[in-house]
Design a protein around this ligand. Structure first.
Ligand SMILES: O=C(O)C(=O)C[C@]1(C(=O)O)C=C[C@@H](O)C=C1
Length: 278
């Protein structure tokens, strides 16, 4: 097999790099990965926007109270069953993947893959899945879907799962960002970790100019990826002002990032750092 050449500009996820992860891990490489996951998030939102809200998919009484799924919505049932199945095939062997329902997971039937162990073990379990779940269904979904019903509940739930997995991957990647920041400047972080000083940790790891850039970039991605593409320039799908119509409102994507994605990533970073010296 050809040897892998370290490439600091690579945007491959860390778990797919075969180089010594401790050597190739840098703030630049983890940020590259965050940029790549933006594409997945924007495309996932666009796919989900093909369907209206379909609120029956989230109604916990819709499935009735049959054995095994009483009290669960179609969406929750779909996510739980998919996670069980994907766990069997090894998805959660990858430390970058965090399930929403860890209690129910089946043991993998596949041989273990030797994923690089980058995270500090005592901190690796930081998990904000419940916050992501609540934010997605209560706050985000109504912002980019129309409030109607076309009966495509399973298709909508399948699209929800793709959104949730991309958001979870992005937000929990904060553990890797925090690990890099700690390794780059342990002298800065250690006193605040020992003092359990969340506010100072939050200040240390925050880069407002980077956040502003991220917000502008995801808004632009929503514009670029979310336009109808036609060969006839005169026949573009535009609103009365001549502005292109986007599949997902770009300002909703910017809002998603500034209100939820980046704040939750920072919570993950702080919680990770607090356990980093355990
Ligand atoms: O790039 C970083 O340094 C991060 O910690 C990631 C991130 C983000 O979520 O995009 C979070 C905090 C920083 O203020 C800037 C950006």
């Amino acid at each position: 097999m050809a040897s892998q050449i370290p490439n600091k500009n690579s945007s491959r996820p860390l778990s797919e790099t075969f180089d010594d992860p401790l050597k190739t891990l840098s703030l630049e490489s983890v940020r590259d990965n965050l940029v790549r996951i933006e594409d997945s998030i924007v495309f996932a939102l666009i796919e989900r926007s093909r369907f209206p809200l379909n609120s029956q998919a989230y109604d916990t009484s819709y499935l009735g109270n049959h054995k095994g799924h009483g009290g669960r919505s179609i969406a929750e049932f779909f996510v739980r069953e998919t996670e069980v199945f994907e766990a069997k095939l090894g998805r959660y062997q990858n430390p970058e993947e965090v399930p929403f329902f860890a209690d129910d997971l089946a043991f993998p039937i596949v041989p273990p893959y030797n994923y690089p162990q980058v995270l500090y073990p005592a901190a690796a379990s930081v998990n904000v899945s419940k916050d992501i779940w609540d934010m997605y269904f209560k706050d985000l979904l109504p912002l980019f879907t129309s409030e109607s019903d076309d009966g495509n509940y399973v298709s909508a739930a399948a699209a929800d799962l793709v959104c949730l997995q991309a958001l979870s991957r992005r937000i929990h990647y904060g553990r890797y960002v925090a690990e890099v920041k700690f390794r780059d400047a342990p002298q800065d972080y250690t006193p605040a970790i020992r003092a359990k000083d969340r506010d100072t940790l939050m200040k240390l790891l925050t880069f407002e100019t980077v956040e502003e850039m991220v917000k502008r970039r995801v808004e632009k991605k929503a514009k670029v990826f979310g336009q109808d593409v036609t060969l006839d320039d005169k026949n573009n799908n535009t609103d009365p002002e001549g502005e292109p119509k986007y599949k997902v409102n770009p300002s909703v994507v910017a809002h998603l990032y500034s209100k939820w994605v980046m704040p939750l990533t920072k919570v993950v970073e702080v919680e990770y750092l607090l356990r980093r010296l355990d």
